[in-house]
Write a new protein. Structure first.
Length: 224
């Protein structure tokens, strides 16, 4: 959580708290992401015995309040899932089916990608390399600086970078991360592979329309 920011010569110095410790960082630019808190204060959740903390409601695996299973929850008030509109829609669909069918349906968040629509764009899905190694996966990590590749140059991309983490044992995609290079679109292919167990070899060996950013996937995974 940021505490203060001030000029430091030609740069900026920010004081923030992380893990209960006050820290300081300097940078050329500072961007403050304010975040969001679900607007639940007017819902009188206490009357329904719905426990909540900081705008979030704890739920069971069927998206019901853990303190009152008669109350279903989706979207920004969820305790763990990302606050993203397509995920809220997905959760709302599950809630509706559980109301009709009973508590039978559960969400699955594997393969759900996130993107930041800056220039260059940022995109990620699945595990980071550190998280994959922390879970004791034997990994192959494919890192590429693609700014000189034809597809990047044809769009005058000045930043184009990718990292794909693959489980060496199963050949499954564990995570993918992009900066630039159409990453906000490419990331969905890797999310699809994670969700449905499509192997790295299968998405690498597919034939893609050319010239597109997707056609570079085989090069990202070390195969021309």
């Amino acid at each position: 959580m940021p505490k203060s920011g001030r000029s430091a010569g030609s740069r900026f110095r920010v004081v923030f708290v992380h893990g209960g410790t006050e820290r300081t960082a300097e940078a050329d630019r500072v961007v403050n992401g304010a975040g969001r808190i679900a607007n639940i204060d007017t819902l009188d959740l206490e009357a329904g015995q719905v426990a909540h903390i900081d705008g979030r409601i704890a739920v069971d695996r069927h998206l019901r309040s853990t303190s009152n299973p008669q109350v279903h929850v989706c979207g920004d008030a969820m305790s763990d899932s990302p606050q993203l509109s397509p995920i809220a829609t997905y959760e709302g669909n599950i809630v509706g089916r559980n109301i009709v069918d009973g508590p039978r349906h559960m969400p699955g968040y594997d393969g759900m990608a996130t993107s930041v629509y800056t220039v260059p764009s940022l995109a990620a899905v699945g595990l980071t390399e550190a998280a994959a190694r922390g879970k004791q996966f034997a990994v192959d990590v494919h890192v590429n600086d693609m700014h000189a590749w034809f597809s990047a140059r044809s769009y005058a991309e000045t930043v184009a970078w990718s990292k794909v983490i693959v489980d060496r044992t199963t050949d499954h995609i564990l995570g993918a991360h992009f900066v630039g290079h159409g990453g906000h679109e490419l990331i969905n292919i890797f999310g699809l592979a994670i969700k449905f167990g499509i192997s790295a070899s299968q998405i690498r060996d597919n034939v893609y329309a050319y010239p597109t950013f997707s056609a570079d996937i085989k090069h990202m995974l070390g195969h021309a």
